[in-house]
Design a protein around this ligand. Structure first.
Ligand SMILES: [Zn+2]
Length: 254
């Protein structure tokens, strides 16, 4: 899939979100064109002051630096720079010395997962479940209410899930790593509900959510595994969870 095809899918399915402020895709364009079968899916962009989703898509489309790219290691997540598409001094220095930005807790966790499981972040689809920007999940709830949009789970199912189905079909995505595994208000719970997977069909690796949980679903005729890790800005995936994620990746034949 080419990036412009992702834009077309958004324009077809959800034209009404294009003028909202937000950020859509933060993987490499190569990850869409030559997919490795893996996608990382967060909740929604944090911070404040991003341009509209329409502008965000146009800027990303024209940016030749986004071919072999990962928002987790190449993009400054510090505010106010993140929302202005700028890079802070700390990240500039780190880019010169280490070739990657100054990593926060969230980014370090994702980097470790990619290392342990053996995939290249710059060749991996990286996207949020919901693209409208709010500082917190609580703010997202208020924003949806004020805008007259449906509640979060239904907002995802109606506006975003059809685009994900197209994205996963075109990229033959088999493993979706959800960054947040809460029973509500997480990309993991949104996919589970949209795919009508019963809560009882979720495999909990243990009673500790930091070990992660997963479920299988068939999308576009392909068995697809959704693995939910605890939200990486707050928690670390345990060693047991990491080992299980690596096993799941091997079992889904990636
Ligand atoms: Zn920075």
């Amino acid at each position: 899939m080419e990036f412009h095809q992702l834009i077309s899918a958004i324009e077809r399915h959800s034209p009404d979100i294009l003028e909202e402020n937000g950020d859509v895709y933060f993987g490499g364009k190569v990850a869409l064109r030559e997919p490795n079968g893996i996608a990382l899916v967060g909740l929604n962009p944090g911070g404040i002051g991003l341009p509209s989703i329409r502008n965000n898509l146009e800027i990303f489309l024209k940016d030749s630096g986004k071919e072999y790219y990962s928002g987790f290691i190449d993009q400054c997540w510090h505010e106010p720079e993140y929302s202005k598409y700028e890079t802070c001094g700390l990240c500039k220095l780190s880019l010169i010395s280490n070739g990657i930005v100054h990593l926060g807790r969230h980014q370090k966790m994702i980097l470790k997962i990619a290392e342990v499981c053996g995939f290249d972040l710059r060749k991996t689809v990286a996207i949020n479940a919901i693209w409208t920007q709010t500082r917190t999940a609580y703010d997202l709830r208020l924003y949806l209410r004020d805008k007259g949009f449906p509640r979060m789970e239904e907002f995802f199912r109606s506006k975003f899930f059809p685009i994900f189905q197209e994205l996963f079909r075109e990229c033959r995505t088999r493993l979706i790593i959800c960054l947040g595994n809460g029973v509500s208000e997480s990309s993991f719970s949104f996919f589970r509900a949209a795919l009508k997977v019963a809560v009882s069909d979720v495999v909990n690796i243990s009673t500790d959510y930091r070990d992660g949980r997963y479920f299988m679903a068939t999308i576009n005729g392909l068995k697809t595994l959704f693995f939910g890790i605890p939200h990486p800005s707050l928690h670390t995936l345990s060693d047991l969870g990491m080992a299980q994620l690596k096993k799941c990746k091997a079992e889904i034949c990636i």
